[in-house]
Design a protein around this ligand. Structure first.
Ligand code: DAT
Ligand code: MG
Length: 143
């Protein structure tokens, strides 16, 4: 059964380009509620752990360096069908291939620096949320 939460990260390029507010507004207009949010700076090792699934890929070193290059803003988001709807909202990994109106199409520069992360499954959403947030940091009741 699909759960109703996903994990996003507004990546260091999003923070550097001052698009945090624009991207959060876009996310909220699409009906997602923020369940948890913080600003933090990853170390290369923490970024590497988050993207461990990609560790054999040629871009892994570059990815870890980029993700630890400045502060980022992880958030847990809630909405019905959150994982799939959020992937649709952010668009394809490569902004050049992302659909019009998606967050990556609007704000991202390249495949490597593409503004935003979105979990790719309910299972990963739960794992990734726990990577950044203690249960006590999640808002219990959004009403
Ligand atoms: P997504 O972030 O759309 O889930 P992914 O999980 O395949 O994409 O890759 C994770 C991140 O790694 C991605 O957001 C940017 C980077 N990346 C992926 N493919 C890349 C490539 N071919 N060259 C450079 N960076 C890449
Ligand atoms: Mg991915």
């Amino acid at each position: 059964m699909a759960t109703n939460r996903t994990l996003t990260i507004l990546k260091p390029d999003c923070v550097r380009k001052n698009h945090v507010g624009d991207v959060i507004a876009h996310i909220q207009k699409a009906g997602f509620k923020i369940v948890a949010m913080k600003m933090t700076r990853l170390t290369a090792a923490t970024a590497g752990g988050f993207y461990e699934v990609h560790k054999e890929r040629p871009f892994y070193g570059e990815l870890c360096a980029f993700m630890s290059s400045g502060p980022c803003v992880p958030m847990i988001l809630e909405k019905e069908n959150a994982v799939a709807d959020f992937r649709k909202l952010i668009g394809a990994t490569d902004p050049a291939e992302a659909a019009e109106g998606t967050i990556r199409k609007l704000y991202a520069d390249s495949k490597g620096e593409n503004i935003i992360h979105g979990s790719d499954s309910d299972e990963n959403a739960a794992i990734e949320s726990a990577y950044f947030f203690a249960k006590s940091e999640e808002v219990a009741n959004l009403a």
